[in-house]
Write a protein that binds this ligand. Structure first.
Ligand code: NAD
Length: 629
């Protein structure tokens, strides 16, 4: 209160002085201040408008299948024999054939890496302002073309438009926004303490571009999976060679043209980004083809192969692998709110999410109520072609054979006692019209079932009953994967305490996977979900070589030189000098340090004493030896 009163008194005094000096009345001064604030606001607004208008716009022509929801195209049947040099592209919701892309050979991949390397040599010296310009050009294009971007992703991967907005566009915009605002500060040289003995040095870490990043990505988010490594790598000054999945390559036609146009508009070298299409062999060639760092996003099984191959060339790898995230619900959680959240956790992108909710641990006190609320909602989800006439909540499975694999896990669980409350029926492929698997609700899932252990990567909500916090932590940790985790509880402290005991790379409290919306945070897992981090401060710095630099802080006053006691040939007091120095600098407490200082001074003042001491010791040793023989 006293502080407020003093501030008020000072303000009054200041205003009175202003009135006296300016000749204006108090009211006129207030009016002037308001006008000044409005004028400043207008200037800032105008500045923002001009800056936005000055961001170059890019144009990308569209093909018929990119521009329209309904198209006419022949049907495709997966597994149909095709030339091994091509990748067939089809819409998994309608099975319409969209075209073929080249399955690149190892030599083609190596030549792409070489082109990227040459371009990166130029880009590595670009300013942060130029890199931000590139990001803004991309952002402007994305905002002006959200629907087309989503349509193209929906056609290629089978996801509904809203799922594309959330999973492809929002996260990409968030990433660009974070990189533009905070990226430069993250990559600026960082001061570090120089230590005790080097107290006269200045130490820092400089973040230099790693070179060419080789990214290998899956099919679940064809837009974000490309833009995610691209924006970070280019902002770090790297080039990017990206191998997209053979199950979602068609969209790279449109996204690739967008990237080329953005590079040109930003004045960046055209070869800085290379998109590789093809199968596993092309990915394998990328790992061993001379890139400076590999970011692999995909299954645990292929991740192990990538790591083995990278060992040969000592290429560093980041592994972002499978997940089987736990969603824990305590008895006092806000059920009304979380019902819609858990539906998104399980069924967004038809469950084809690395950090999707797969295991729903619900407290025994609300277990039945939870299932009662969820059953009609899951059963009522509408599924079909996202670009068709009827509205849909769930789309198709992007990868051929995934619906059958998911169904196998569901039927095995049911045969072992799980209760099927919704979905779980696989319509014969001829009648489905696309690669669909229905949203499925399974209760009473238990250890011993395959679905307990294996990643589903599909639209299945497995519900598990628990009674104590210790039990739910043990159940959730009984899993090979450890990517994300989510805890819902009435008490935030309890949720935090449960989350802190979960073996996972990420935890969202009273929310689902929200850590990914905070793009300053690292993304990645533990156990079979991989290691190292992509995204966030750690991920951005991971795209750089963290170079340690130390130099004299005051070069005119003090610089490193070898003290006489350590100059070659070594004098007899060299070791004693070293021992004294170590004791003086690192002694645990003043007593030791004073002892070190005293012995150091002794070394410096009476260096000859050590030669005599040594001589005496050697004579005594010789005399002792003669006596004993
Ligand atoms: N942790 C994450 O960030 C994250 C994100 C999305 C998906 N995923 C995981 O991805 C998996 C689904 O994707 P998928 O089926 O495309 O995975 P996948 O491992 O089969 O394929 C991923 C990529 O690796 C390539 N590839 C295949 N064999 C290769 C080899 N020998 N060497 C190099 N590259 C090779 C593929 O062509 C594809 O581009 C799931 O397990 C999912 O959890 C993880």
């Amino acid at each position: 209160m006293a502080v407020v009163a003093t501030a008020q008194a000072l303000l009054k005094e200041g205003v009175a002085k202003l009135v006296q000096l300016s000749g204006f009345s108090e009211t006129q001064l207030v009016q002037l201040a308001v006008v000044a604030v409005i004028a400043l606001g207008l200037v800032l607004l105008l500045n923002n408008v001009v800056a936005t208008l000055r961001i170059p716009s890019i144009k990308v022509e569209l093909t018929e299948a990119e521009a329209n929801d309904i198209i006419s195209a022949p049907k495709y049947t997966p597994g149909q024999p095709v030339d091994k040099d091509v990748v067939p592209c089809y819409d998994p919701s309608t099975m319409q054939l969209l075209g073929h892309l080249p399955a690149m050979s190892a030599s083609e991949v190596r030549s792409r890496i070489a082109r990227c390397k040459a371009a990166q040599k130029e880009w590595r010296t670009s300013s942060f302002a130029q890199r931000r310009k590139l990001l803004r050009i991309l952002l402007k294009f994305i905002i002006e073309n959200v629907e087309t971007i989503c349509r193209v992703s929906a056609r290629d991967s089978g996801k509904p438009m809203l799922d594309a907005i959330l999973g492809e566009v929002v996260v990409t915009c968030e990433k660009i926004h974070w990189l533009s605002r905070e990226g430069e500060a993250v990559l600026r040289p960082e001061r570090r303490s120089a230590g005790i003995l080097s107290f006269y040095k200045s130490a820092r870490v400089e973040f230099h571009p790693v070179g060419v990043v080789g990214a290998i990505v899956p099919w679940n988010y064809p837009f974000h999976n490309v833009l995610n490594p691209l924006t970070a790598a280019l902002f770090a000054g790297d080039g990017l060679v990206i191998k997209v999945s053979e199950h979602a390559s068609w969209s790279t036609g449109y996204y690739g043209r967008m990237i080329s146009a953005a590079l040109a508009a930003a004045g960046a070298p055209a070869d800085l980004v290379q998109i590789v299409t093809g199968y596993g062999e092309a990915g394998s060639a990328l790992v061993t083809g001379g890139v400076d760092k590999v970011i692999f996003v995909g299954s645990t099984q292929v991740g192990k192969m990538v790591m083995r191959a990278a060992a040969d060339t000592l290429t560093p790898v980041v592994l972002e692998l499978g997940g089987k995230d736990a969603v824990i619900v305590t008895e006092d959680a806000d059920l009304d709110n979380l019902v819609q959240v858990v539906l998104k956790a399980a069924f967004l992108n038809c469950g084809q999410n690395c950090a999707g909710g797969e295991r729903f641990f619900v407290h025994e006190k609300i277990y039945d109520k939870f299932l009662e609320r969820l059953t009609p909602l899951v059963a009522g989800l509408r599924q079909g072609n996202p670009l068709g006439d009827a509205p849909v909540d769930c789309g198709a499975m992007c990868m051929p054979g995934l619906a059958e694999k998911v169904h196998g896990l569901v039927t095995e669980a049911v045969s072992r006692g799980a209760r099927l409350l919704a979905g779980g029926v696989l319509v014969p492929s001829g009648e489905r019209g696309g690669q669909f698997y229905p949203p499925t609700l399974l209760a009473d899932v238990r250890p011993g079932m395959k679905i307990w252990e294996e990643e589903v990567f599909g639209p299945v909500m497995s519900v598990i009953k628990w009674s104590t916090d210790d039990e739910v932590v043990a159940l959730a940790n009984d899993c090979d994967f450890g990517l994300g985790s989510n805890v819902f509880a009435g008490s935030q402290a309890r949720a935090r305490s449960i989350a802190s005991r979960l073996e996972a790379g990420m935890s969202s409290i009273n929310d689902f996977a929200t850590t990914y919306m905070c793009q300053s945070l690292p993304f990645g897992g533990v156990k079979h979900s991989g290691f190292d981090r992509f995204a966030g401060v750690e991920g951005l710095r991971g795209l750089c070589v963290p170079k340690a630099v130390a130099e004299d802080r005051f070069p005119l006053l003090m610089r490193s030189s070898i003290p006489p006691a350590w100059q070659l040939p070594l004098p007899p007091h060299a070791v004693a000098f070293g021992v004294s120095l170590v004791t003086m600098f690192y002694g645990p407490g003043l007593l030791y340090q004073a002892r070190g200082l005293a012995s150091l001074l002794h070394c410096l003042v009476f260096p000859g004493a050590y030669a005599k001491k040594k001589q005496g010791q050697q004579q005594a040793a010789r005399a002792g030896k003669a006596k004993s023989t």
